[in-house]
Design a protein around this ligand. Structure first.
Ligand SMILES: C[C@](O)(CO)[C@H](O)COP(=O)(O)OP(=O)(O)OC[C@H]1O[C@@H](n2ccc(N)nc2=O)[C@H](O)[C@@H]1O
Ligand SMILES: Nc1ncnc2c1ncn2[C@@H]1O[C@H](COP(=O)(O)OP(=O)(O)OP(=O)(O)O)[C@@H](O)[C@H]1O
Length: 288
């Protein structure tokens, strides 16, 4: 059996870090949404029982270090499945970018093998298993728009933001999520107001959403990589309604309600960054 799963990137409309926990992870409150920049994950059953990962990208490993491989292995062991799977990943999401590309591939594999191996687990069960792979995987299992709490694995569905353009620009550096969390200081960080962001979403108020975007990790990443602030400034000057770094960075996104503004932001960044994308928000789970 063969199946194709779409694995979309996420952005954090707001990301607050509350404190460092005993287990070394940080307690977070994040409002996340999926955007129409996606990897394509093809899955086909292998009778031999082997898990094989293939990708043409030179930036991702094709062995057990790939989060997609780990997702298949986890499902195989947890549900005691004899069959194997060939996973081909068409990598379109930039790697180590703050867009949860690897997590989304893993989530696509959880959904996909659930189907081709005939397991019949619920999305909730898949999201719980996904948390063992990484903090962003549970959200990626559902997609859409959600509040993520705990270390990121506690998911509460939220209404989709009003449709708008998202222009993404990634500087030519990769960022280690672990390094950024290590540099976090709750006293010096700027904390977004998560409640107000949720209210803005519930009211479907685009202007309020734009005024509430915020990321408590931004200060850590911009100190190491000042180009993140340069991109933000350029996006603002080109007319962005809101600008923010996604996740631990370094990708920056701009929100734009009007087509012409989005196009202007895209054009102004195109000569400056090699990786620039102009996409729509996916909004709710059904669209993901
Ligand atoms: C920055 C975000 O992408 C925002 O959505 C996530 O919080 C990170 O999600 P992720 O990449 O799936 O993270 P994981 O693979 O679980 O963790 C990578 C590393 O980030 C740090 N980490 C991650 C999540 C969290 N709540 N607290 C942490 O301190 C830990 O040092 C961990 O070793
Ligand atoms: N399928 C995959 N796609 C991308 N990266 C992968 C994958 N599997 C493993 N990795 C490894 O994971 C690391 C982080 O990749 P990823 O693109 O998921 O980062 P990210 O966008 O910063 O994630 P997040 O936003 O969840 O922190 C890379 O160093 C990469 O080698």
């Amino acid at each position: 059996m063969e199946i194709l799963e779409k694995a979309p990137a996420k952005i954090n409309l707001s990301l607050d870090v509350l404190y460092k926990r005993e287990d070394g992870f940080h307690e977070v409150e994040m409002v996340m949404t999926t955007v129409d920049l996606a990897d394509r994950v093809e899955l086909s059953t292998l009778r031999s029982g082997v898990i094989r990962v293939e990708s043409e990208s030179r930036f991702v490993p094709n062995d057990e270090r790939n989060l997609a491989y780990r997702a298949a292995k986890l499902m195989k062991e947890h549900y005691q499945i004899k069959e194997g799977v060939r996973i081909f990943i068409e990598k379109n999401i930039p790697v180590a970018a703050g867009l949860a590309g690897g997590s989304s591939d893993a989530a696509a594999v959880l959904r996909g093998v659930n189907e081709i191996w005939g397991i019949g687990a619920s999305l909730h069960e898949l999201a719980e298993l996904g948390a063992k792979i990484g903090s962003d995987v549970s959200f990626c299992v559902y997609g859409g728009t959600a509040l993520a709490r705990g270390r990121g694995e506690q998911i509460l569905e939220l209404p989709a933001p009003p449709p708008c353009w998202v222009v993404l620009a990634k500087p030519t550096i990769g960022v280690s999520t672990q390094t950024i969390y290590q540099g976090f200081n709750p006293k010096t960080a700027i904390h977004p107001d998560t409640r107000e962001m949720i209210n803005a979403l519930r009211q479907g108020d685009f202007d309020a959403i734009c005024s509430q975007v915020g990321n408590a990790l931004e200060g850590v990443t911009t100190k190491l990589h000042p180009e993140v602030n340069q991109i933000k400034e350029q996006m603002r000057q080109a007319g962005a309604d809101a600008v923010l770094m996604s996740g631990s960075g370094p990708t920056v996104f701009a929100l734009a309600g009007q087509d012409a503004r989005a196009q202007r932001i895209y054009n102004s960044l195109k000569g400056f960054c090699t990786e620039v994308y102009m996409v729509r928000m996916l909004g709710n789970r059904e669209m993901t």
